[in-house]
Design a protein around this ligand. Structure first.
Ligand SMILES: Cc1cc2nc3c(=O)[nH]c(=O)nc-3n(C[C@H](O)[C@H](O)[C@H](O)COP(=O)(O)OP(=O)(O)OC[C@H]3O[C@@H](n4cnc5c(N)ncnc54)[C@H](O)[C@@H]3O)c2cc1C
Length: 663
């Protein structure tokens, strides 16, 4: 055990178990997760093996298939939210998970009761493995422009699914490449020449017993990617494939035997499905960050560089710049954690209301929060992981650090389940509508309550009081964040109106006001996340020392965002330059105050060494010994026979005929 980490652990100011209970929402869930991590770390097939770094994709996929099978033998996790707790144990994606994260929720939400009876149980038992086939080669975000068609044939009582062009090829859906035998295919529904828009159809695509692609269908894998190496993201084409009329998912729409189209409820229900996956993405963001930080902080405490006045080498975490990389990102992780859990609870309540009472009243708020959090959390978590790995110098660039897999697995988050820029603009659309609500004197939804004081903010009457900056508390920070968020929404509204005078609203939205709208969404999501974090501490934390450390992190989150993005505060005249300097000072002071607790903050996440998958971040801090062992045990490069390559090409360099070199 490293002496440095032992010393550091003795200095931690709070009880680790209390913080773990806060993170994992109680001891029972934490214990269940720890016991699962233990099983995963000890099982010969499920434990991580560093030699995977040298494997090619086909080998990786075969290995992932074996682990997927073993995983479901050992654990009886049929639902996605149970899987989430231990998902980040795996260095690569397991197979057959889209079925749980997307296909099953889609059945629950879009299928009629008899269809649920027919498909849900086989899907839960994994007899049917389904893909969510929406995106096409030519269109992703713009779902209305999908080209695949489902044409009703009244003579045979069937829909004919067809791919009319190259760009209509389904492209990207997870698990189309190998494992899915069914898909929910989104297609333009056409009846007697009239287009009724995009709807979901249950389509068998592979034989359940042989896995051979069914007649009229072409399906396969779309090739290597930036990450997700073991995921068989695929393509799918239909050549006039016939499916029974009953394949239309018909909880909310129906086509009668005579070909009459009927709506049975709110068509926006489809969004609810996207929301559950966006919520899972939010959770993956803080989980990935917590893994990266466990590695980064432990390494920064055993790594020493340059001597101090006494001649003793400093731990790199004692440098302020390193604290900014690690501790500021710890604050961000805890804020994302609180924001993600609140968003999850919101959508669970929303789905409950939709399914039980057809009550859609929470949809706009949920959509706003899920779109915005998904976008900013996925961008910021990736940025953070990159900063943390760069903060581990050369060893951070080695895949044995563990950062490569964490970064690659999260790097799809800004794109899938709603492309981030599109998500940000959807959040902004809600905010601009809220401005209109305010101007019409109507009641504002709670999530934009900060707009209530907008008149005072714009008039410049509202000023930050000097004494409030001196004795800065979380309550004051909330007020400051409110002003910032309100002004940014106002500013975006102005930019939009100005642009509209020249070329109309749509031109302005698409071409003039995008950046202002993005800043409004940013201010809104920072405010939301800070509020969620502050309120979670108030509600869930009883122990004084845990409360203190979390309040410091919460303060650091707010100050860091305000110092980096102070636009609304200055443009509104709410703060002056002196006050801004003070905010910066307070922010930096928090880095120092949190420094002794850094090791406790990461240990509380509870990763076993095997789940962390890092040579430089193990609990015992023996980074150098691990690196040496891994390089000599797992690195097939050193075992390969290089003689022929060396002789022919490397030694061969000296025999290339070239003009005499200039000396
Ligand atoms: C790993 C992975 C898994 C996936 N899994 C699935 C799946 O299971 N099922 C499925 O159906 N799909 C899946 N997808 C597809 C995914 O949903 C789409 O890639 C995503 O919706 C974005 O669509 P697109 O690629 O067509 O990007 P586009 O919509 O073409 O956007 C391209 C770029 O244009 C810009 N842009 C576009 N519109 C706007 C706008 N209005 N304002 C400002 N900028 C804009 C953005 O910068 C954007 O990045 C997956 C994708 C990935 C990477």
């Amino acid at each position: 055990m490293s002496k440095s980490l032992t010393e550091e652990r003795q200095k931690v100011s709070f009880n680790l178990q209390d913080l773990s209970n806060y993170i994992y929402e109680g001891e029972a869930r934490y214990n269940k997760m720890m016991s699962a991590y233990k099983t995963l770390s000890e099982d010969p097939i499920l434990r991580n093996d560093p030699s995977h770094h040298g494997r090619d994709r086909i080998e990786l996929v075969k290995h992932a298939a074996k682990r997927t099978h073993r995983f479901h033998e050992v654990f009886n996790y049929s639902e996605a939210d149970e899987l989430i707790d231990v998902w980040n144990h795996f260095d690569q994606q397991l197979l057959a998970s889209v079925s749980k994260f997307m296909f099953i929720p889609c059945i629950r939400i879009l299928a009629s009761e008899d269809q649920v009876q027919k498909y849900l149980e086989p899907a839960l038992r994994m007899e049917i493995l389904g893909a969510y086939a929406q995106t096409e080669m030519g269109h992703g975000s713009d779902v209305r422009s999908l080209e695949t068609t489902a044409t009703f044939d009244a003579k045979t009582d069937e829909f004919v699914i067809n791919t009319p062009s190259l760009t209509a090829t389904k492209w990207w859906p997870g698990e189309l490449g190998l494992s899915a035998n069914y898909c929910i295919c989104f297609a333009q529904m056409i009846i007697e020449g009239k287009n009724y828009g995009v709807h979901g159809f249950m389509v068998p695509i592979r034989d359940l017993n042989t896995n051979k692609v069914l007649p009229g269908i072409q399906a396969g894998d779309i090739g290597p990617k930036f990450g997700y190496h073991t995921k068989d993201n695929g393509y799918l084409r239909f050549d006039n494939v016939r499916i029974p009329r009953d394949s239309l998912l018909r909880k909310y729409v129906e086509v009668t035997r005579e070909g009459k189209f009927k709506r049975k409820g709110n068509e926006k229900i489809g969004y609810a499905i996207m929301m559950t996956t966006r919520s899972a993405i939010n959770i993956s963001c803080w989980k990935g960050m917590s893994q990266a930080l466990t590695i980064g902080v432990r390494y920064s405490l055993i790594r020493t560089q340059f001597a101090d006045e006494s001649g003793k080498e400093r731990k790199v975490l004692d440098y302020q710049l390193q604290q900014d990389k690690m501790i500021t990102n710890l604050a961000l992780t805890f804020a994302i954690h609180a924001g993600a859990l609140r968003a999850r609870d919101m959508i669970n309540e929303n789905i409950r209301r939709v399914l039980e009472k057809e009550d859609f009243s929470m949809m706009p708020d949920c959509h706003n929060i899920l779109s915005g959090t998904k976008a900013f959390y996925s961008w910021e978590s990736l940025d953070a992981i990159n900063v943390i790995r760069m903060g581990c110098g050369g060893h951070g660039f080695s895949s044995y650090s563990g950062f490569t897999n964490i970064f690659q697995e999260l790097s799809t988050n800004p794109t899938h389940e709603g492309e981030n820029s599109v998500m940000v603009l959807q959040t902004a659309r809600y905010l601009v509508k809220a401005l209109e609500t305010l101007r019409n004197g109507k009641r504002l939804p709670e999530i934009v309550d900060y707009l209530k004081d907008l008149d005072n903010v714009i008039s410049g009457d509202l000023k930050l009081k000097a004494e409030n900056v001196e004795g800065l508390c979380l309550g004051t920070l909330l007020e400051i964040m409110k002003v910032n968020a309100a002004y940014l929404v106002f500013s975006a509204g102005n930019a939009l109106m100005e642009g509209a005078q020249e070329g109309g609203f749509k031109e302005s939205w698409d071409k003039k006001a995008g950046l202002d709208l993005q800043e409004a969404a940013r201010g809104h999501i920072y405010y939301y996340s800070f509020k969620a974090f502050k309120e979670k501490i108030e509600k869930d934390v009883k122990e004084a020392n845990v409360r203190k450390v979390l309040e410091r992190l919460c303060g650091l989150y707010a100050l860091d965002k305000l110092v980096r993005y102070p636009q609304g505060l200055f443009e509104s005249g709410y703060i002056n330059a002196e006050q801004f300097k003070l905010l910066k000072k307070k922010r930096n002071l928090l880095l120092e105050e949190l420094r002794p607790d850094a090791i406790g903050l990461v240990d509380a996440f509870g990763y076993t060494d095997n789940s962390l998958r890092s040579a430089i971040g193990t609990y015992d801090g023996n980074a150098y010994e691990n690196l040496w062992r891994w390089v000599n045990t797992y690195n097939d490069f050193n075992k390969a026979d290089w003689t022929e390559t060396w002789e022919k090409y490397i030694k061969g360099l000296r025999y290339i005929k070239r003009p005499a070199p200039k000396l």
